[in-house]
Structures are given as structure tokens and as C-alpha cells.
Design a protein around this ligand. Structure first.
Ligand SMILES: Nc1ncnc2c1ncn2[C@@H]1O[C@H](COP(=O)(O)OP(=O)(O)OP(=O)(O)O)[C@@H](O)[C@H]1O
Ligand SMILES: [Mg+2]
Length: 217
């Protein structure tokens, strides 16, 4: 599903964020991207969603070669990918339902389809009945579930999660991890970046470890 060959990313011609990284992620796999702050985890996620371009090497996502992808094909790539970012904010003045529905509305989906789809997704992430709440009325864990629902609304093939448990305590972090594991059981390929050692030890899933831009394990 995702293949990296000798991937290198240099910012501003001098900061080496990723250095000759190669690995593959199979369809339906759940993989952790681990490593200390500055290791290159977020950079890797940005390269996979084509928010940044590699300096050297190749990257293939569902057979699309991102080194050669034309700008007009990037929306097509992005439809395959759901993203949960470290600092992704919900719109505080819009309801949970509206936050989750936004992507489908932009795509011009039918109202009846959107209503049904959002209801199912909210149920799947354990937020049934909270559709009319505003994000500031929710707990941190609940807000993170809304972010996950929003990422999953387009039925992506791949879910990229950058520190999805960032500000949560260990119980809530486990809770979010379990939700991502459930999503993975449904067939979505999941990449989760984290530096939380406790979370890494919760499962026997593969861990790709980066340090200063290099793949170390
Ligand atoms: N846009 C940018 N311009 C210049 N340097 C950058 C840019 N983005 C990241 N870097 C640098 O690249 C390196 C890797 O950053 P990255 O954000 O990928 O690390 P990370 O593993 O996600 O860290 P954290 O755990 O703190 O989120 C860091 O040294 C960072 O300062
Ligand atoms: Mg990061």
C-alpha cells in the first residue's frame, strides 16, 4: 500500500529531516512510527500525503508515484487518505455533526447520504447522540474521537495519525489506540506516529523507529 525507497527529505537545502529511509506497509497493516522529537515522524506523514515533496528517493502510495504525481492528481491521492494531525483543530462554532460532515459537503454529496453516513461514523467512534454538541462542550478524548470521525468520513484506504494521543492521559490514550485498532480491523491501513512508549507496548504491531531522520529499527 505504501512503499518508500531511499527516501530523503532536506528542508531549506540544509536541514536533513529524513535520511535514506526505506520500508513498505502492506494493505491492511497497522504500523507505528516511533522516535524522539525531531526524528522525522511528521515529515514522513507529510510526504505520504504529498504535503511535502521528497528531496531524493521514491514514494508510492497505492501504486501512485508521488515523485511524479501531477498537481491535479493530488486531490485524487488525498481521497484515499484520512489524516489526524497533532494540531488539527475542530471548528468550535460548528456542531460535531457539521465538523464531521464538512468534507462530504465540499464534495457535493447528497444531504440524505451525508446524514446517514455521519450518523454511522459517530456511532462507530462512540459518539452516538453527541452530533449536536459543540466541540468546546466535549472532553479531550471525545474531541479526539470527532477528529477521527472526520478523518474516516470519506472511507479512506489509509489512515495517517500523527500523535493522536498527544495530550491525553494513559487511559484515554489506550482508548483512542483501541479505536484505531478497530478501524484497522475494518480493513483500513493505519500508520500511527507516536513517541509514547507505553502506547507502543500495548500491542504487538510493527514499530518503525526513526532517530534523527534515519530508520534505526
Ligand atoms: N518546514 C520545515 N522547515 C525546516 N525544518 C523543518 C520543517 N519541518 C520540520 N523540520 C525539521 O525537521 C526535523 C524533523 O521534524 P519532524 O516534525 O518531522 O519531527 P517529529 O519526529 O515529528 O518530531 P515531534 O515528535 O516533535 O513531532 C526537525 O529537526 C525539524 O526541526
Ligand atoms: Mg511530529
Amino acid at each position: 500500500m505504501i512503499q518508500l525507497y531511499h527516501l530523503t527529505k532536506v528542508y531549506n537545502g540544509r536541514k536533513v529531516a529524513l535520511n535514506d529511509v526505506s520500508f513498505k506497509v502492506d494493505e491492511g497493516e497497522f504500523v507505528f512510527i516511533a522516535g524522539p522529537s525531531g526524528a522525522g515522524k511528521t515529515t514522513l506523514i507529510k510526504l505520504i500525503m504529498c504535503e511535502e515533496r521528497a528531496s531524493q528517493g521514491q514514494i508510492l502510495v497505492d501504486r501512485l508515484n508521488l515523485q511524479r504525481i501531477k498537481p491535479n492528481k493530488i486531490p485524487y491521492l488525498r481521497r484515499k487518505i484520512g489524516v489526524i494531525f497533532q494540531d488539527f483543530k475542530l471548528i468550535p462554532t460548528r456542531t460535531v455533526f457539521q465538523n464531521v460532515a464538512l468534507r462530504l459537503e465540499v464534495q457535493g454529496a447528497k444531504r440524505s447520504f451525508i446524514n446517514k453516513k455521519v450518523r454511522v461514523i459517530l456511532k462507530n467512534v462512540g459518539l452516538e447522540g453527541l452530533g449536536e454538541a459543540l466541540p468546546p462542550q466535549l472532553s479531550g478524548g471525545e474531541q479526539q474521537r470527532v477528529v477521527i470521525a472526520r478523518a474516516m468520513i470519506g472511507d479512506p484506504l489509509i489512515l495517517l495519525a500523527d500523535e493522536p494521543t498527544g495530550n491525553l492521559d494513559i487511559d484515554l490514550s489506550r482508548n483512542i489506540l483501541n479505536l484505531l485498532l478497530d478501524i484497522n480491523k475494518g480493513g483500513t491501513t493505519v500508520l500511527m506516529a507516536t513517541h509514547n512508549q507505553e502506547i507502543l507496548q500495548e500491542t504487538n504491531k510493527r514499530v518503525i523507529r526513526l532517530d534523527q531522520g534515519r530508520l534505526v529499527a
